[in-house]
Design a protein around this ligand. Structure first.
Ligand SMILES: [Zn+2]
Length: 214
Protein backbone atom coordinates (compact mmCIF):
# COMPACT_ATOMS: atom_id res chain seq x y z
CA UNK A 1 0.00 0.00 0.00
CA UNK A 2 1.27 3.46 -0.85
CA UNK A 3 0.65 6.96 0.42
CA UNK A 4 -1.75 9.16 -1.53
CA UNK A 5 -0.66 12.42 0.06
CA UNK A 6 2.98 12.83 -1.00
CA UNK A 7 3.83 13.06 -4.71
CA UNK A 8 6.41 10.26 -4.29
CA UNK A 9 3.61 7.92 -3.14
CA UNK A 10 5.89 6.47 -0.49
CA UNK A 11 5.15 3.11 1.09
CA UNK A 12 2.90 2.89 4.13
CA UNK A 13 4.59 1.24 7.06
CA UNK A 14 3.06 -0.28 10.18
CA UNK A 15 4.54 -0.23 13.65
CA UNK A 16 3.52 -1.18 17.12
CA UNK A 17 3.21 1.79 19.44
CA UNK A 18 3.45 0.90 23.09
CA UNK A 19 1.83 4.15 24.09
CA UNK A 20 -1.45 3.29 22.35
CA UNK A 21 -1.09 -0.49 22.60
CA UNK A 22 -1.92 -0.70 18.92
CA UNK A 23 -0.42 -1.04 15.49
CA UNK A 24 -0.38 2.18 13.55
CA UNK A 25 0.20 2.77 9.85
CA UNK A 26 1.82 5.86 8.40
CA UNK A 27 3.72 7.15 5.38
CA UNK A 28 7.47 6.40 5.36
CA UNK A 29 7.98 10.08 4.55
CA UNK A 30 7.04 10.97 8.12
CA UNK A 31 10.38 12.52 9.00
CA UNK A 32 11.26 13.79 5.54
CA UNK A 33 10.51 17.19 4.01
CA UNK A 34 7.18 17.33 2.24
CA UNK A 35 3.48 17.06 2.98
CA UNK A 36 3.92 13.83 4.99
CA UNK A 37 6.29 15.26 7.57
CA UNK A 38 4.50 14.45 10.83
CA UNK A 39 2.01 12.35 8.87
CA UNK A 40 -1.00 11.28 10.87
CA UNK A 41 -1.10 7.64 11.88
CA UNK A 42 -4.05 5.41 11.09
CA UNK A 43 -4.89 2.50 13.35
CA UNK A 44 -4.40 -0.89 11.75
CA UNK A 45 -8.00 -1.86 12.61
CA UNK A 46 -9.31 1.07 10.58
CA UNK A 47 -7.25 0.01 7.57
CA UNK A 48 -8.25 -3.64 8.02
CA UNK A 49 -11.93 -2.70 8.10
CA UNK A 50 -11.46 -0.78 4.84
CA UNK A 51 -9.72 -3.76 3.25
CA UNK A 52 -12.47 -6.15 4.34
CA UNK A 53 -15.01 -3.82 2.72
CA UNK A 54 -13.03 -3.86 -0.51
CA UNK A 55 -12.91 -7.66 -0.51
CA UNK A 56 -16.63 -7.89 0.29
CA UNK A 57 -17.25 -5.81 -2.81
CA UNK A 58 -15.72 -8.53 -4.99
CA UNK A 59 -17.40 -11.42 -3.20
CA UNK A 60 -20.14 -13.41 -4.90
CA UNK A 61 -22.71 -15.50 -3.07
CA UNK A 62 -22.97 -19.26 -3.59
CA UNK A 63 -26.13 -18.70 -5.66
CA UNK A 64 -24.43 -16.14 -7.87
CA UNK A 65 -21.40 -18.39 -8.39
CA UNK A 66 -23.67 -21.35 -9.30
CA UNK A 67 -25.60 -19.18 -11.73
CA UNK A 68 -22.44 -17.97 -13.49
CA UNK A 69 -21.17 -21.53 -13.81
CA UNK A 70 -24.44 -22.93 -15.14
CA UNK A 71 -24.77 -20.12 -17.70
CA UNK A 72 -21.23 -20.80 -18.80
CA UNK A 73 -21.90 -24.52 -19.09
CA UNK A 74 -24.82 -23.76 -21.44
CA UNK A 75 -22.78 -21.33 -23.52
CA UNK A 76 -19.83 -23.67 -23.79
CA UNK A 77 -22.06 -26.54 -24.97
CA UNK A 78 -22.82 -24.83 -28.27
CA UNK A 79 -19.27 -23.50 -28.49
CA UNK A 80 -17.89 -27.02 -28.16
CA UNK A 81 -20.15 -28.29 -30.96
CA UNK A 82 -19.05 -25.46 -33.24
CA UNK A 83 -15.42 -26.13 -32.47
CA UNK A 84 -15.80 -29.82 -33.20
CA UNK A 85 -17.15 -28.98 -36.66
CA UNK A 86 -14.22 -26.65 -37.35
CA UNK A 87 -11.66 -29.20 -36.19
CA UNK A 88 -13.30 -31.91 -38.33
CA UNK A 89 -13.12 -29.68 -41.41
CA UNK A 90 -9.46 -28.91 -40.78
CA UNK A 91 -8.67 -32.61 -40.35
CA UNK A 92 -10.42 -33.41 -43.65
CA UNK A 93 -8.29 -30.76 -45.34
CA UNK A 94 -5.13 -32.24 -43.82
CA UNK A 95 -6.18 -35.67 -45.14
CA UNK A 96 -6.63 -34.22 -48.66
CA UNK A 97 -3.17 -32.64 -48.53
CA UNK A 98 -1.58 -35.89 -47.38
CA UNK A 99 -3.26 -37.66 -50.32
CA UNK A 100 -1.82 -35.09 -52.72
CA UNK A 101 1.65 -35.45 -51.19
CA UNK A 102 1.55 -39.21 -51.71
CA UNK A 103 0.29 -38.89 -55.27
CA UNK A 104 2.93 -36.31 -56.18
CA UNK A 105 5.62 -38.59 -54.83
CA UNK A 106 4.36 -41.50 -56.96
CA UNK A 107 4.10 -39.23 -60.01
CA UNK A 108 7.71 -38.21 -59.50
CA UNK A 109 8.79 -41.86 -59.12
CA UNK A 110 6.85 -42.81 -62.27
CA UNK A 111 8.33 -39.87 -64.16
CA UNK A 112 4.94 -38.16 -64.65
CA UNK A 113 6.32 -34.97 -63.07
CA UNK A 114 9.89 -33.74 -62.82
CA UNK A 115 11.93 -33.82 -59.65
CA UNK A 116 11.90 -29.98 -59.55
CA UNK A 117 8.10 -29.85 -59.83
CA UNK A 118 7.78 -32.42 -57.06
CA UNK A 119 10.06 -30.39 -54.77
CA UNK A 120 7.92 -27.30 -55.37
CA UNK A 121 4.60 -29.05 -54.63
CA UNK A 122 6.08 -30.94 -51.73
CA UNK A 123 7.39 -27.94 -49.80
CA UNK A 124 4.22 -25.93 -50.44
CA UNK A 125 1.89 -28.69 -49.21
CA UNK A 126 4.09 -29.64 -46.28
CA UNK A 127 3.97 -26.02 -45.09
CA UNK A 128 0.20 -25.98 -45.50
CA UNK A 129 -0.09 -29.20 -43.53
CA UNK A 130 1.96 -27.75 -40.65
CA UNK A 131 -0.16 -24.58 -40.64
CA UNK A 132 -3.44 -26.53 -40.51
CA UNK A 133 -2.18 -28.89 -37.82
CA UNK A 134 -1.23 -25.91 -35.68
CA UNK A 135 -4.57 -24.18 -36.11
CA UNK A 136 -6.41 -27.39 -35.16
CA UNK A 137 -4.24 -27.62 -32.07
CA UNK A 138 -4.78 -24.02 -30.96
CA UNK A 139 -8.51 -24.39 -31.56
CA UNK A 140 -8.52 -27.39 -29.22
CA UNK A 141 -6.57 -25.48 -26.58
CA UNK A 142 -8.80 -22.40 -26.71
CA UNK A 143 -11.86 -24.34 -25.66
CA UNK A 144 -13.96 -24.22 -22.50
CA UNK A 145 -11.99 -27.09 -20.99
CA UNK A 146 -8.96 -24.80 -20.87
CA UNK A 147 -10.58 -21.95 -18.96
CA UNK A 148 -13.48 -23.47 -16.98
CA UNK A 149 -11.26 -24.81 -14.18
CA UNK A 150 -9.78 -21.31 -13.71
CA UNK A 151 -13.22 -19.73 -13.56
CA UNK A 152 -14.37 -22.31 -11.05
CA UNK A 153 -11.32 -21.63 -8.87
CA UNK A 154 -11.81 -17.85 -9.10
CA UNK A 155 -15.45 -18.15 -8.08
CA UNK A 156 -14.59 -20.46 -5.19
CA UNK A 157 -12.07 -17.87 -4.04
CA UNK A 158 -14.50 -15.00 -4.53
CA UNK A 159 -17.14 -16.73 -2.39
CA UNK A 160 -14.76 -16.97 0.56
CA UNK A 161 -12.78 -13.73 0.29
CA UNK A 162 -13.78 -12.23 3.61
CA UNK A 163 -13.32 -15.43 5.63
CA UNK A 164 -10.03 -16.19 3.94
CA UNK A 165 -8.77 -12.73 4.79
CA UNK A 166 -9.88 -12.85 8.40
CA UNK A 167 -8.17 -16.19 9.05
CA UNK A 168 -4.97 -15.41 7.12
CA UNK A 169 -1.51 -14.51 8.41
CA UNK A 170 -0.33 -11.00 7.63
CA UNK A 171 1.80 -12.28 4.73
CA UNK A 172 -1.18 -14.19 3.29
CA UNK A 173 -3.39 -11.14 3.77
CA UNK A 174 -1.02 -9.06 1.70
CA UNK A 175 -0.94 -11.71 -1.02
CA UNK A 176 -4.72 -12.05 -1.08
CA UNK A 177 -5.29 -8.30 -1.27
CA UNK A 178 -2.71 -7.96 -4.05
CA UNK A 179 -4.36 -10.80 -5.92
CA UNK A 180 -7.76 -9.13 -5.82
CA UNK A 181 -6.75 -5.52 -6.32
CA UNK A 182 -3.90 -3.28 -7.30
CA UNK A 183 -2.76 0.32 -6.79
CA UNK A 184 -3.76 0.54 -3.14
CA UNK A 185 -3.40 4.13 -2.03
CA UNK A 186 -4.06 5.32 1.50
CA UNK A 187 -5.50 8.84 1.58
CA UNK A 188 -6.40 9.86 5.10
CA UNK A 189 -8.39 6.92 6.40
CA UNK A 190 -9.69 5.87 3.00
CA UNK A 191 -8.12 3.38 0.64
CA UNK A 192 -8.29 3.88 -3.11
CA UNK A 193 -7.84 0.76 -5.20
CA UNK A 194 -8.46 -0.93 -8.53
CA UNK A 195 -9.94 -4.42 -8.71
CA UNK A 196 -7.95 -6.83 -10.83
CA UNK A 197 -9.65 -9.02 -13.41
CA UNK A 198 -11.98 -10.84 -13.04
CA UNK A 199 -12.86 -9.32 -9.66
CA UNK A 200 -13.62 -5.98 -11.33
CA UNK A 201 -16.45 -7.62 -13.22
CA UNK A 202 -17.70 -9.59 -10.23
CA UNK A 203 -17.69 -6.32 -8.31
CA UNK A 204 -19.68 -4.58 -11.01
CA UNK A 205 -22.33 -7.20 -10.42
CA UNK A 206 -22.13 -8.55 -13.91
CA UNK A 207 -23.74 -11.89 -13.07
CA UNK A 208 -23.45 -13.35 -16.49
CA UNK A 209 -21.11 -15.71 -18.23
CA UNK A 210 -20.34 -13.12 -20.91
CA UNK A 211 -17.52 -11.48 -18.98
CA UNK A 212 -15.18 -14.32 -19.61
CA UNK A 213 -15.24 -14.17 -23.38
CA UNK A 214 -14.76 -10.42 -23.69
ZN1 LIG B 1 3.26 10.29 2.09
Amino acid sequence: MRCGICPEQRAITFEFKKKNYSILGHCTGVRKPGPCRDARCVREEVIEAEVVNILRGAQVSTDEADMILSEMAMDTGSEAAQKLTQVTLIKQEIGRIEGRLKKAYLDKTDGVITEADWRGFNSEWQAERVRLTESAKSLAESGPSSYLPTVRKMLELSKRLENLYLSATSEEKRELVNFVCSNLILRGKKIEYIYRKPFDLLAEGLHSAKWLRD
